[in-house]
Design a protein around this ligand. Structure first.
Ligand SMILES: N[C@@H](CCC(=O)N[C@@H](CS)C(=O)NCC(=O)O)C(=O)O
Length: 202
């Protein structure tokens, strides 16, 4: 397998999950500013939308969408319990959180807060929406250590996206449980490995 990814981008979640299940994979780093691979190839010829993450399976097929890739990777080793069995309540819960992170967090941050041409009014509306979602997460994480019952791929995804608040200097001080959660997830050995490989550890 090959994971096309960029340091600290949403692809970090899939990178973490691949390590959690012990998958054998090659990481291919993409420069998202120029949409090129390290050897100068045009990334659009590989990923027509120009997006990471993209997972290339050993049969050569290419697949996208973080939430889908996370489910696929979690299923590679059910013993890791990164997602529940089909039809189980755990699976429903994990997929529910994957969808929440994808639609309520990931696509609220991105592209709006990453593009300097975003109007101030839009920027403020996005920050207000994120604040309500962070409050909800903070309340949940006051009650339990992870989003679902036990660590799952939804946590790899949430960890990756909520950390963008730190990069973008959005204060997380009002959310002590969310901050403790980020610290908890970051200490997982495979999360540390992924952060190290992506050059994100100080
Ligand atoms: N719907 C896609 C979105 C992926 C996405 O937004 N990727 C960003 C990085 S986090 C990207 O590659 N952006 C490059 C660009 O906009 O050209 C998914 O959920 O995987």
């Amino acid at each position: 397998m090959k994971l096309y990814h960029a340091p600290g981008a949403c692809s970090l979640a899939v990178h973490i999950a691949l390590r959690e299940v012990g998958a054998v994979f090659e990481g291919v780093r993409i420069d998202l500013a120029s949409h090129t691979t390290a050897d100068g190839a045009d990334f659009h010829s590989i990923s027509p939308r120009g997006y990471v993450p993209l997972l290339e399976l050993d049969d050569g097929s290419r697949h996208t969408e973080a939430a889908a890739l996370l489910q696929y990777v979690a299923d590679l080793d059910p013993a890791q319990r990164l997602i529940g069995a089909p039809g189980s309540k755990r699976r429903l819960e994990v997929v529910e959180w994957l969808s929440f992170v994808g639609t309520e967090l990931h696509k609220t941050f991105s592209p709006w807060l990453w593009h300097k041409e975003t109007a101030d009014s839009t920027r403020q509306a996005v920050k207000d929406k994120l604040a309500t979602r962070f409050t909800e997460l903070d309340e949940r994480l006051a009650e339990q250590d992870f989003l679902a019952d036990g660590y799952s791929v939804a946590d790899a995804y949430a960890f990756t996206i909520v950390n963008w608040a730190n990069v973008l200097a959005l204060p997380l001080t009002p959310y002590p449980h969310l901050r403790a959660y980020l610290a908890r997830v970051s200490q997982r050995p495979h999360v540390q490995d992924a952060l190290r490989v992506e050059g994100l550890l100080k």
